[in-house]
Design a protein around this ligand. Structure first.
Ligand code: UDP
Length: 240
């Protein structure tokens, strides 16, 4: 598949047109941002890891019946994906309290939740991705009731598949962010699944006083060992 003009450049990826109007090529960069772009840096090798890992996860999920945007990996950093219209919601699933959830509700990071939770943020950089509820989603015509129901069911099913998958790798899936797109009237999982978008903690070694992050929190919180954490996740996945 041939790369044509660049359509878009985001914080971590570039998107190019192809000769097929249904497909685009995404190219993963090593650029890292946090706090809505206020903190910027580079995580050397991240683009390659996130590309390959995300493709691996999407294929694992496809096998479990989850439709995704994945089409074909072209190279270390480049993948053909379905050209979707992104539903402007960041869908966050949590198993354990961390990050903004811990701050908002005053629960210590590392507190196990009685059941997995879902929340939506309105994808809008200018507004800092504000939290949004279903009624507001419908009132603003961001997605239909049917789409929100589909997205919710898919997100919880993805959580169950991913929790089980990472448990085998001795990694606990704390929380993660998903994005969905519309492709010919079907809702498909889009964007990426990587240490940029998930919290991964070394299994069986954490409580509410300590944990070992193998994800972007090492960058956000200046913990050091950022590249090593991404490399460790990648190694455990056993991807070539
Ligand atoms: N997340 C993300 N992109 C965002 C915000 C959050 O990928 O713009 C992921 C983040 O990596 C974590 C989960 O969503 O795995 C929950 O993040 P949280 O709401 O706790 O926000 P944070 O503390 O990262 O600001």
């Amino acid at each position: 598949m041939e790369k044509k003009e660049q359509l878009y450049e985001g914080k971590a990826k570039k998107v190019y047109a192809t000769e097929n109007p249904d497909y685009v090529i995404v190219s993963y960069k090593d650029d890292a941002t946090a706090f809505n772009g206020q903190k910027k840096g580079t995580i050397v090798g991240k683009g390659v890891i996130n590309n390959k890992m995300s493709n691996y996860m999407m294929q694992m999920l496809e096998k479990k019946g989850i439709p995704t945007h994945f089409v074909e990996q072209l190279s270390d950093r480049e993948t053909v994906v379905k050209k979707v219209q992104i539903v402007p919601l960041e869908v966050i699933i949590r198993n354990v309290a961390a990050g903004s959830f811990s701050k908002r509700y005053g629960v210590a990071e590392g507190t196990k939740l009685a059941e997995p939770t879902i929340e939506f943020s309105y994808k809008c950089d200018e507004l800092n991705d504000p939290l949004i509820n279903n009624y507001h989603v419908f009132a603003l015509n961001l997605a239909t009731k049917e789409e929100v129901a589909t997205i919710t069911n898919m997100a919880f099913a993805i959580n169950e598949a991913m929790k089980e998958f990472f448990k085998e790798l001795k990694i606990d899936l704390i929380d993660f962010k998903l994005e969905f797109g519309r492709f010919h009237d079907q809702i498909v999982l889009a964007d990426e699944i990587s240490p940029d978008t998930c919290r991964f903690w070394e299994a069986d070694t954490w409580d509410t006083t300590k944990h070992v992050s193998l994800d972007k929190d090492r960058f956000r919180r200046d913990l050091g060992g950022v590249e090593d954490a991404y490399a460790e996740i990648f190694k455990r996945l056993g991807i070539k």
